[in-house]
Design a protein around this ligand. Sequence first.
Ligand SMILES: Cc1cc2nc3c(=O)[nH]c(=O)nc-3n(C[C@H](O)[C@H](O)[C@H](O)COP(=O)(O)O)c2cc1C
Length: 229
Amino acid sequence: MSEQEPVVSGESTGTNQMTRRRFVILGGVFGAAIAAGGGGYLAANWGPDETEELPRVKMGDSMNKVLVVYGTKSGCTSGVAERIGAALAGTGMSVDVLPAEDKPDPAGYDGVVVGSGIRVGQWHSAAKDWVRANAEILQNRPTAFYTVCLTIATDPEKTDEVRAYTDPILAESGIEPVDIGLFGGWFEPKHFGLIERTVLKAMKAPQGDHRDWDAIDAWTAGVAPKLKV
Ligand SMILES: Cc1cc2nc3c(=O)[nH]c(=O)nc-3n(C[C@H](O)[C@H](O)[C@H](O)COP(=O)(O)O)c2cc1C
């Protein structure tokens, strides 16, 4: 696949397949590097660019209030969250789109959609912590989950593997999601630090923005009625 050709959800790349095993192996190597004292350097090179404003959006105006929460490191998942929010607002719902690190209170909402990007097979801690902190409230209102990562973009058949990224969070929180969306993310070098770029290149991750907006819209259209009280 050329670098200019984004992977379309539903296509298999054949080569360059990124498996969880490879992520885990490279994650182990990576973890060892952190343990060896690279933590300060990584902290400086990882995580969102603090100079960039995270989107906080209010959309629509109606009785049905929905909260869309996201965890992101590079900004990819915030774009997915905004798209989901816009699609829900298009159905007449009142929607707030907020980063998990803002710790929004879900109590005032009828339904919730929460998602995260993935690092080494796991949701970001801000998103996990938010779910954990609000588990009781989320158990009592329709809540949909979504995951944004590269495995599903490079190998769309690996739905079980990617859905399993949310298993520990669901088991711990006791939430029964109304749906789980699995979306391709990006490997846009300009959004990643040196270490992250090196890891993704070593894994032969295909460069590009692999977010499939049609797939995200279709999933959101299916989820919208499930969020209504
Ligand atoms: C260090 C690192 C580890 C990653 N680990 C995984 C992984 O285990 N599985 C996967 O599918 N994608 C993995 N990815 C890809 C990201 O999930 C993808 O780039 C996503 O779009 C990031 O979105 P975010 O920055 O909004 O969190 C990894 C990316 C990096 C930089």
